[in-house]
Design a binder for this molecule. Sequence first.
Ligand SMILES: Cc1cc2nc3c(=O)[nH]c(=O)nc-3n(C[C@H](O)[C@H](O)[C@H](O)COP(=O)(O)OP(=O)(O)OC[C@H]3O[C@@H](n4cnc5c(N)ncnc54)[C@H](O)[C@@H]3O)c2cc1C
Length: 370
Amino acid sequence: MNADRPSVAIVGAGWAGLACAVECVARGVRPVVFEAAPQIGGRARAVELDGLALDNGQHILIGGYVDTLAMMRTVGADPDRLFDRLPLSLRFTDGFELRARSGSPWAQALAFMACPSLTWGDRLAAMRLMAAIRRAPAADETVTQMFARTRQTDTNVRYLWAPLCIAALNTGLDDASARVFAQVLRDTLLGRAGASDVLLPRTDLGQLFPVPAAAWLTRQGGQLRVGERVRGISPNADGFALDVASGPELFAQVVVATSPHHVPALIGALPGTERIAAEIACLGYEQVTTVFADFGEGARLPQAMMGFADGVPHWIFDRGALGGPPGLMACVVSAADAARDDTERAVIDAVRRAFPSLPEPRRVRTLTDR
Ligand SMILES: Cc1cc2nc3c(=O)[nH]c(=O)nc-3n(C[C@H](O)[C@H](O)[C@H](O)COP(=O)(O)OP(=O)(O)OC[C@H]3O[C@@H](n4cnc5c(N)ncnc54)[C@H](O)[C@@H]3O)c2cc1C
């Protein structure tokens, strides 16, 4: 690496900051990554609780994340080994099931047509939506409005579109942007072959990317400074000065890779950033709650990932079937706003109603993040 090349500071060692650092190295630029937290990975990180290897929240990836998967390979993390890759299967605890196909949009259309849980009215409505999203919806249209415009049936909304929208955007249908959701559907159901495949992690989130990325960066001469918060960024004759605990540090370029709500405080001293700061201030945040419940070694689900049409939880994952401790289930409540204890009890009750053979869990740990 050329020591004369301009140096780049990256604020945040979540997946975005680490990916940015890898890309910098690939282009011969020296990155220095600052991470305020005591660990890397940000909102997709491993968490250890009472000796259990968990994550801050259950995650899935999809086949359409082509660049993320390529980035994993760059740092030596093999997606073929680290994920169970399955064609999208929307299987619900009440018996509804749609098995999409790992193929072209035509194969997906056939899957909808062949789905015994859908009537012909549902199938035609689904095709209407698929045709409509080929053009971007109006910027201010909500997902609810798009469903009304394309005359979606109650079954389609309940079992197909609402679960996908809430899972992908973590936002209720009345607030979610039709344009963004349409893009998600285009990239997955109408994307290239395999784009709608579901990738279920067989390891903790740290091992998927942050840990191998950090090791790779260090080997390549990049710097990772964990536990060092950047307090502000100010302009400087040659670039930018970062305010860190040890004093100001100068960089030619700075990439801010924090979550949006951290950005305004960081860039407040930079001229010309008022508009972006004001736009970020308008953003709302929804939480995701994951209830990890240990039902004991014999507990298994019929399938590693299953949906609940009534929404608490939205999804359940059998971590034991995915290389984790047998009997450990991760139950996800997206766009969660209820109090933690209420959510936890409601989730356990719903899971035991859906799977009556499951005993009362031996241990429950609930994590909420946003
Ligand atoms: C519970 C949960 C479940 C999710 N499930 C999925 C899923 O299934 N599929 C999916 O694709 N996405 C999912 N997401 C979203 C996904 O986790 C995020 O989009 C992604 O992790 C964001 O990464 P990031 O690097 O952009 O930001 P972050 O992960 O937020 O990383 C930003 C980093 O910046 C650091 N930082 C902040 N301020 C400073 C500062 N001043 N100085 C230094 N460091 C700073 C933070 O500590 C953090 O580590 C989920 C998110 C949550 C919370």
